[in-house]
Write a protein that binds this ligand. Structure first.
Ligand SMILES: Nc1ncnc2c1ncn2[C@@H]1O[C@H](COP(=O)(O)OP(=O)(O)O)[C@@H](O)[C@H]1O
Ligand SMILES: [Mg+2]
Length: 387
């Protein structure tokens, strides 16, 4: 890296100070003209300062040493990230100058450490400097520790800093997450209720009505058995057919709740069956995939089903759909793509279909992404952790 000298004075690299080590900051510290500061020429530094600086420059952890009457700053490679645009001019600056903005707050801390020979820990403090010239809401945990000089008096301060997410922000994010989760939970519960009502309605209007009608018919047939046996036989044959239809209706209803093939043979087989009955061409890729827990297979199945129904309803004539499902080590992944009309996700508001789809995948701890653009088809991709 080119050394920015500007108005600062750097002597040729101090060959006489191999103890500084080989880091980038070691090179800058070695070249810096310390004789212009209260620290004096580097060759004459007290052993305690040299030891502290040697540790600091070799540490991969963010560290800065402030030493002497003006607390001039020496820092290591890791600290450059915290200093941002203040690097490299921060080197050798008195603390009061370098930390000008925050001096009213940090000044008393330095003074306390120097005067009382005890360390200070401050957790989750907002970042003191405007890193890279912009405040970015970072938080740091700081420790200020006294460093003794050769006379066992406090000669300087070791400042260590670790980036943290501020507790407040942490709590705020957690609260937002929790409220999203509760809202999803409520939607899943409401969707469950709506589904139960639909099943009740379908049973009432469908199979139940048919069975009642068959029961009435049977009463009539009983009377016909005596007066007109041949008509009775004919009616019985018809009723047989109607019973078959009622059974089929019940089967279809049950299939919509939890397809039997999904339970017995798994996701691939259930999707193949859906593909065979689809109104538009569908390919399914995922033969031989291993089984996942029932709740996960069901979430994946209904997610694929909604995506396929959307393609059927909205992708336009001539659209083709491809479904891919597979198990990687720790997750079930699915992808449903169509090559149809697509839509602009910024302009189209998701309806209950896409909201339910997202909730289903959320409820089993997965993520889902719906991508589309007008004329570019639509893809729905989801990843559900299995362990
Ligand atoms: N595969 C698709 N191709 C084109 N448009 C789609 C597709 N999937 C979803 N959309 C658009 O997104 C909207 C929301 O979908 P959805 O939430 O499933 O509601 P619905 O299907 O009941 O309209 C649809 O009305 C449609 O405009
Ligand atoms: Mg839909």
């Amino acid at each position: 890296m080119a050394v920015r000298t500007s108005s600062r004075s750097y002597a040729p690299f101090g060959e006489g100070a191999p103890w500084l080590g080989s880091s980038e900051m070691a090179r800058l510290v070695g070249r810096f003209d310390w004789s212009q500061t209260p620290l004096g020429p580097i060759e004459a530094w007290p052993q305690s300062l040299k030891s502290a600086v040697a540790i600091c420059l070799r540490s991969p952890f963010q560290m800065a040493i402030y030493w002497g009457a003006e607390l001039n700053c020496i820092y290591n490679d890791a600290e450059r990230e915290v200093l941002g645009s203040l690097h490299p001019d921060a080197l050798g600056l008195p603390a009061r100058e370098l930390l000008r903005e925050s001096w009213p707050v940090v000044g008393p801390r330095f003074e306390a450490v120097m005067a009382q020979d005890t360390g200070i820990l401050l957790e989750d403090e907002p970042l003191a400097f405007d890193r890279h010239g912009r405040p970015n809401g970072s938080f740091l945990t700081y420790s200020y520790s006294p460093i003794l000089d050769d006379d066992d008096r406090v000669g300087g301060v070791l400042l260590m800093a670790e980036g943290t997410i501020g507790r407040e922000r942490h709590e705020h994010e957690l609260r937002a997450l929790l409220s999203d989760l509760r809202a999803a939970q409520r939607r899943v519960a409401a969707a469950g209720d709506a589904e139960r009502r639909r099943v009740e309605r379908d049973l009432h209007d469908g199979a139940q009505q048919r069975l009642m009608a068959i029961r009435l018919e049977l009463g009539l047939v009983r009377e016909l058995l005596v007066s007109d046996p041949s008509t009775a036989r004919q009616r019985l044959d018809e009723l047989h057919g109607e019973l078959d239809a009622a059974v089929e209706q019940l089967r279809e209803l049950a299939h919509g709740l939890y397809p039997p093939l999904l339970a017995s043979d798994g996701l691939y087989a259930a999707l193949m069956s859906v593909a065979r009955h689809s109104a538009i061409p569908v390919t399914v890729d995922g033969e031989g995939m291993s089984r996942a827990p029932r709740g996960i297979e069901s979430a994946a199945y209904f997610c694929c089903l909604e995506a396929l129904q959307n393609a059927t309803k909205h992708a336009g004539p001539g659209a083709n759909v491809s479904i891919q499902v597979r198990m990687t080590g720790d997750a079930l992944r699915l992808r449903v793509c169509d090559d149809g009309a697509g839509f602009d996700p910024n302009a189209v508001r998701p309806g209950y279909g896409l909201i339910n789809l997202r909730d289903r995948i959320d409820a089993v701890g997965g993520q889902v992404e719906v991508s589309s653009a007008p004329g570019r088809g639509t893809s729905v991709e989801a990843r559900i952790p299995v362990r």
